[in-house]
Design a binder for this molecule. Structure first.
Ligand code: GLN
Ligand code: ZN
Length: 770
């Protein structure tokens, strides 16, 4: 071995492209508009351009400071194809030479006519989603894809020594699920010893290709697992004993542990023969001296710069931690806490933002500069005093800025008492709502959005460009609301929605209409595959300058005698899908958002709206990775929801909506929201959730979804009726609502209409048997 680990590095960089070039290229290929060769060319250009940019920003080219962290779709899928970790239902995707190529890769990601794709799930505590590998007892691992070697060669040809990245073996298996063919109780981690030789073989090939450092990512080690920690520790020891042997025939190994702290696994992993260990010291404290002693000659790569949020680093505080570490370990380097895939490319692209706000921000490129700056302080404290002084000024400007601390917002929050969080007795509410609404058994409704037609999208784009007057835009939206109301009347729904045509996105729409937020133009981050979101920036104290949804909802209600459900995005989801200020506890920020929404609830009620839904699809997403941190989170998140809704009169029916079915773990919290009606995803899991509801003794209204809106498939009337009959067996019919799994925004009208018709007809049929 090889070059010393570089003093400055990052562990991953956005790969979608500064102008979402990869998204466009991949989607063009899927649509058959371009060839595989064209896609490969664009991808290669993006990779090399990002190495060039990182070099320009101060990462050195010859020393493996630049990670090769590109992916066409998802990094977990990349590791799965690298090792041929695919279950029997995908076996036919291998080429004759035993490799898994581009089309196999996309079939795993997106499915095809005959089969569902790999399941997708949330990546740690981020809004990124990865594909869940399927592994069975007889999955035959093999080196089935060599893109990792191609990337190394391509970079070398362009003059860069890049550090290839893979998901490490323990995390890879912990993230995987048992394949359909596996017997009950099968745990993918039991295949560790079969997988390790393939890692060893690949490391050998990388060494032959001249690679001196490789990055193995082990973020699962920072999250509590279903299996006991000692089993995880044993797997770590076995895995890295195997990988680290034979140092002459492998690159040096960096293990990363992003998204949290390793806790008691730190000494375990630091005690193996790996060559560098990355730890998150942005969120976490500097580890105890006895743990640091375990590093020995292993380089400690300090994740000091937050990779997950967009605020300029407090360089003074980071330099202080760095000095503490330097006193305890012989070899030290600086990095980001996580991959930069979670932040947009460049603040420089957002010239429309207020200059002061812009001066507080650091996107990926600015964070690289921060890392490079901090690394200069290693061995020469004082070298970055000028930069520290400059960031101190930035922090002071932020703290003192008008809008960041607003007395009226703070006083209102400070004056809250427990009764502001409580709606009182459910029995009283139920009686009042039955009187006010007079609904049939098994009432039907939808989750809020109706398909966003090309006409609606183009109207919004033209209005943004100034090609439509405000009046013209308003009229087009009203026309759309009219159509959506007519359709629901015709289909026979009981509680209608206005369809949300005026919303680009359920969070950004509110961010654009609340004080304390700003939005970006190019600030895209990958959510999954080619899907990107543009999180808003919540930088100041939040308040509502004027009613937001009231005019649209009121208009919709004027068109019908049926109740129209007002539609708001809840405080936790607004926080989860934005970049949020880091200068106060999240719970305080959530309460400010909640108070703004509470005003909207009051105004909707005054406008005659009798049913109001406050969506919280992200409630589960922010759940901390460590069990011990979860109750604190659930307390503030549930309270903020209650604060946003508790002013509603007993007769006003409050709904909430959650987008997932793995519900059991947080059912107490969901119950704690005290919503009158809760809609949840259930069609995909064939109503599994009703067992959780029954076991819990859930008392209030609940709408387990009967129509999977994630696919264009139309559920038949019989199928919906069967799901309803199953629900009725476990949950009293008087509590049950009938609705799809989620909003219809991304669906087309043809399949939506047919599906909704089947949903209503099935309900009528089941009702008649009650
Ligand atoms: N009301 C939103 C909609 O229907 C809810 C979306 C969501 O849960 N993600 O689009
Ligand atoms: Zn949903």
């Amino acid at each position: 071995m090889s070059t010393a680990f570089p003093k400055a590095t990052i562990i991953g960089y956005p790969r979608i492209g500064r102008r979402r070039e990869l998204k466009k290229a991949v989607e063009a290929y899927w649509a058959g508009r371009t060839s595989a060769a064209e896609l490969e060319t664009t991808a290669a250009e993006l990779r090399v351009a990002s190495y060039a940019r990182l070099t320009e920003l101060g990462l050195e080219t010859g020393n493996y400071s630049i990670p090769a962290s590109f992916s066409l779709y998802d990094q977990v899928l990349d590791t799965a194809v690298t090792f041929g970790a695919v279950s029997n239902r995908f076996k036919d995707l291998y080429d004759a030479d035993g490799s898994l190529g581009l089309d196999a890769y996309f079939t795993l990601a997106r499915g095809d006519k005959e089969r569902q794709p790999l399941e997708m799930t949330k990546w740690f505590d981020t809004n990124y989603h990865y594909l869940v590998p399927e592994i069975g007892p007889d999955t035959v691992f093999s080196l089935a894809n060599d893109w990792i070697l191609r990337d190394v060669a391509e970079a070398a040809a362009a003059g860069y020594s890049v550090r290839p990245t893979l998901i490490g073996p323990v995390t890879f298996l912990l993230l995987s699920k048992a394949a359909d063919e596996a017997p009950a109780g099968f745990n993918p981690l039991s295949r560790l010893d079969d997988l390790l030789p393939l890692y060893v073989e690949l490391l050998g090939k990388l060494a032959d290709a001249g690679v001196e450092w490789v990055q193995l990512e082990e973020p699962s080690l920072v999250a509590d697992q279903a299996i006991p920690e000692r089993e995880v520790a044993a797997a770590v020891e076995r895995a890295y004993a195997a990988l680290a042997t034979n140092a002459a025939k492998r690159p040096a190994i960096l293990v990363t542990s992003q998204y949290g702290s390793l806790g008691s696994l730190l000494p375990v992993i630091a005690g193996t023969d790996i060559d560098a260990l990355h730890i998150d010291v942005f969120k976490g404290a500097v580890p105890a001296g006895e743990d640091l002693a375990k590093f020995g000659s292993t380089t400690l790569v300090a994740g000091l710069v937050d990779g997950h949020n967009i605020w300029k680093a407090d360089l003074g505080a980071a330099a202080y931690k760095l000095a503490e570490l330097e006193a305890s370990v012989p070899a030290l380097a600086v990095s980001t806490s996580t991959s930069l895939q979670h932040v947009p490319h460049d603040v420089g692209d957002e010239q429309q933002l207020d200059a002061q706000l812009r001066s507080w921000l650091a996107f990926a490129d600015q964070k690289v500069t921060e890392v490079v700056t901090l690394a200069r302080a290693i061995g020469s404290p004082g070298a970055i005093d000028a930069e520290i002084a400059a960031t101190d000024e930035v922090l002071a400007s932020r703290a003192g800025a008008a809008g960041v601390n607003r007395a009226e917002v703070r006083n209102r929050a400070a004056a809250l008492t427990p009764s502001d969080f409580s709606r009182g007795d459910y029995a009283v509410r139920l009686a009042a709502q039955e009187d006010a609404l007079n609904l049939p058994a098994l009432p039907t409704t939808t989750i809020g959005s109706f398909p966003q037609t090309p006409e609606v999208r183009s109207a919004r784009a033209r209005a943004n460009k100034g090609d439509l007057t405000a009046e013209q835009y308003e009229q087009l939206m009203k026309d759309e609301i009219n159509r959506v109301i007519d359709l629901q009347e015709e289909l026979g729904f009981d509680v209608l929605v206005h369809g949300e045509p005026e919303r680009n996105d359920m969070v950004q729409y509110f961010a654009e209409n609340l004080d304390g937020f700003d939005v970006t133009v190019h600030g895209w981050v990958q959510s999954y595959g080619s899907r990107c979101t543009r999180p808003s920036i919540l930088w100041g104290d939040v308040s509502r300058p004027a009613p937001i949804t009231v005019p649209w909802t009121e208009y919709a209600q004027s068109l019908t005698d049926k109740p129209v459900k007002g539609m708001l995005t809840g405080p936790v989801t607004i926080l989860a899908w934005s970049f949020v200020r880091d200068d106060q506890p999240l719970g305080d920020t959530a309460n400010q958002v909640a108070l703004a929404l509470r005003d909207e609830v009051t105004d909707l009620e005054a406008a005659g709206i009798k049913v109001i839904q406050v969506d919280e699809p992200a409630l589960r997403e922010l759940l901390p990775l460590r069990t011990e941190d979860q109750s604190g989170y659930l307390e503030w998140s549930v309270n903020s929801f209650k604060l946003s809704t508790a002013s509603a009169a007993p007769a006003t029916q409050i709904h909430t909506h959650l987008c997932y079915s793995e519900f059991g773990a947080i059912i107490d919290a969901i119950d704690g929201l005290d919503a009158d009606v809760t809609s949840i995803e259930a069609a995909r899991s064939r109503m599994e959730v009703v067992h959780d509801l029954e076991a819990h003794g859930f008392q209030r209204g609940v709408g387990p979804g009967v129509y999977d809106i994630h696919s264009p498939r139309v559920p038949g009337q019989e199928e919906v009726a069967e799901l309803l009959e199953k629900a009725v067996q476990h949950v009293p019919a008087r509590q049950l609502w009938v609705n799809p799994d989620c909003g219809l925004k991304t669906r087309g009208y043809t399949e939506t209409e047919e599906s909704l018709r089947n949903l209503v007809n099935a309900t009528v049929a089941v009702r008649s048997q009650l």
